[in-house]
Design a protein. Structure first.
Length: 132
């Protein structure tokens, strides 16, 4: 199956994406991740002002199939949430890279971006998972 993997984003092995806007990172889950979950019915986000280390569990995504955790892709402070997800969690399915973003992070350590996957590397990762 072909999944959207925009070339301008950075990706994690746990299927989060990050779009950089100067010192701010916008994050969400990938098209592949939303497809694996199927119909998203609820997204639990952290609070604005909370500070997390990279890799911390920061929320949950509930779908008709499962409840899954998602992780902080970069160390930093939560500065904005996508308030639309409260009433329209299906945006994660219909528009994972645009209207379905989760939150914005003020980055503490930009060097953490060095270990993110490129779009090409992420496509290889999900192809490997599909073939298992």
């Amino acid at each position: 199956m072909d999944f959207k993997v925009p070339p301008d984003l950075k990706y994690t092995k746990s299927h989060e994406w990050v779009r950089l806007e100067n010192e701010i990172a916008v994050m969400g889950i990938t098209d592949y991740a939303q497809n694996q979950l199927s119909d998203v019915v609820y997204v639990e986000l952290p609070k604005i002002g909370e500070i997390f280390e990279k890799g911390s569990i920061i929320g949950e995504i509930e779908s008709v199939k499962a409840v899954d955790e998602f992780y902080m892709p970069l160390s930093g402070e939560i500065i904005e949430l996508n308030d639309y997800l409260g009433n329209r969690p299906e945006l994660v399915n219909s528009s994972p890279y645009d209207e379905g973003w989760f939150l914005k992070i003020k980055i503490n350590n930009p060097s953490e971006l060095d270990i993110f996957l490129t779009a090409f590397q992420y496509q290889e990762l999900i192809q490997g998972e599909e073939n298992q």
